[in-house]
Design a protein around this ligand. Structure first.
Ligand code: SF4
Length: 468
């Protein structure tokens, strides 16, 4: 049996795509480290180079392939190059044929070191924890329940479910990630507890913020039966699974943040649970606002309902922060749809928004729809929206200048208030001597586009300026 101290080689992990993929990489790193590998930030010196790919849209696939080719050039001749993640799962055979420089294309739950799927017996338990074994997936082991190393930053994503039960017309995710499979409360909370305990042993900063993620986070738990079973909001007086989980996580850690909320899942109960965490941040996955267009997308809602929900939340918490994402150029989109979206953006005044042009994905409902929108027109509409939103975001950031906010120091010189999600939104520049992992009250003294600048309150007082 291998000693825990024996290093069998160095691994380099490159992660592409969304936060959900980052969690998968964390789990794979935990697995590799338990196998005796040690992480390195230098791909040139690694024995094992892993690319965790993204297959969401064409641009993401191209970035994944470019990264694989770049690392194939840089790696040592005897190093092993492994491609895993969504592209490996969705286009495994094509990748094997097209990229002979790759040593292994490993779908979800397959071993990166050998060639076999990970098995329940091959998966070590990190951080001294015990866990209940999840049901194995076809051909492999569920990444959701793999152990993970201590977070390198004072925040960490925690994935609470995999897959999705919805049928959005543009989205291929359910076809390769499968139906939703929620973890139990106990497994999620055990992972949070391990992340909270791990930094002391690993010399990492203390964990201050947990970011809950899933493809359809508001639906967390609805697929479960038996212990940890989901109930719909308010039925029989029981809390909805996501609201209950949010409250339970918030009892453990200073900040709890939720990403990716399908708008129909934003119930009063969930809004209350989010506001009670002290992180009034709402990431609403809206995609569009025109009702007929959303129907074409096979999604729920319309701009009026979304505006009402945003107004309800602002009535309860005027400082609430909103993020959303929108797709431009989905088949059938008209000038009228575009005008409605622009009007919505101007009215809603969300703090953050991401815009994407439609990508025609194999096997999706939208791929076969008539009235495909020319890519140039989709891009033009995207630019129109992004230009408007940039001015709104900048004004929102300017409005924070002059206030004092609690800032979490993420890295030397960099922090975040509750208004910014990590890696997605703007940042706060803070004095470089502040300790990583500390939560400090700072005066916001300047804004530049999406980013803010903060100084200690007493330093501001010394200069005679006032913070409100
Ligand atoms: S909710 Fe998200 S993951 Fe699920 S089908 Fe729609 S876009 Fe895809």
């Amino acid at each position: 049996m291998r000693s825990v101290c024996e290093v069998v080689g160095l691994y380099y992990m490159q992660t592409l795509g969304c936060p959900k993929n980052q969690v998968d990489s964390d789990k794979l790193e935990g697995y590799l480290e338990a196998q005796g590998y040690e992480g390195t930030t230098d791909p040139d010196g690694a024995d094992l180079v892993v690319v965790n790919t993204c297959a969401f849209i064409e641009a993401a696939r191209q970035e994944s392939i470019d990264t694989v080719l770049m690392l194939a050039e840089r790696r040592r001749p005897d190093a092993r190059l492994v491609v895993t993640g969504c592209m490996a799962e969705r286009y495994g055979d094509e990748l094997r044929d097209a990229l002979p420089e790759v040593d292994l294309v490993a779908g979800f739950g397959h071993d990166l070191v050998g060639t076999a799927p990970l098995s329940a017996t091959s998966v070590p338990v990190a951080l001294g924890a015990t866990r209940t074994a999840p049901p194995p997936l076809t051909g492999g082991f569920d990444l959701l329940e793999l152990p993970r190393p201590a977070a390198r930053a004072p925040w960490a994503y925690v994935k609470v479910a995999e897959g999705c039960d919805r049928i959005c017309g543009f989205c291929a995710i359910p076809s390769f990630r499968g139906k939703q499979r929620s973890r139990t409360y106990d497994d999620v909370l055990a992972e949070v507890d391990r992340l909270l305990e791990a930094p002391a042993a690993a010399g990492a900063p203390p964990l201050r913020e947990v970011v809950l993620v899933a493809q359809d986070l508001a639906s967390y738990g609805r697929d479960r039966t038996g212990p940890g079973r989901a109930t719909r909001t308010g039925s029989q007086g029981r809390p909805s699974p996501i609201a209950a989980l949010t409250r339970a996580v918030a009892q453990r850690v200073e900040r709890t943040r939720l990403l990716y909320l399908y708008p129909s899942g934003l119930t009063d109960e969930l809004i209350g649970a989010v506001l009670d965490t002290g992180v009034p941040y709402f990431d609403l996955s809206l995609q569009h606002v025109s009702r007929p267009h959303l129907a074409r997308m096979r999604r729920w809602g319309d701009g009026e309902r979304f505006l009402r929900r945003i107004a309800d939340i602002r009535a309860a918490e005027p400082a609430a922060t909103f993020r959303s994402s929108f797709i431009l150029g989905y088949p059938g989109e008209t000038e009228r749809d575009q005008d409605q979206l622009l009007e919505f953006l101007a009215t809603a005044q969300v703090d953050w928004a991401g815009f994407f042009t439609f990508s025609k994905e194999d096997g999706t409902h939208a791929a076969g729809l008539p009235d495909q929108v020319a890519p140039e027109l989709a891009l033009e509409r995207l630019r129109e929206c992004a230009e408007l939103q940039d001015t709104i975001t900048a004004a929102k950031r300017d409005a924070l200048v002059g206030s004092t906010r609690r800032v979490l120091v993420d890295a030397p010189g960099l922090g975040r208030t509750v208004h910014e999600a990590p890696e997605i939104d703007g940042i706060v520049h803070v004095p470089a001597d502040l300790t990583v992992g500390d939560l400090v009250d700072l005066a916001l003294v300047g804004a530049e586009g999406p980013d803010l600048r903060a100084v200690p309150v007493d330093a501001l007082a010394a200069t005679g300026a006032a913070a409100t």
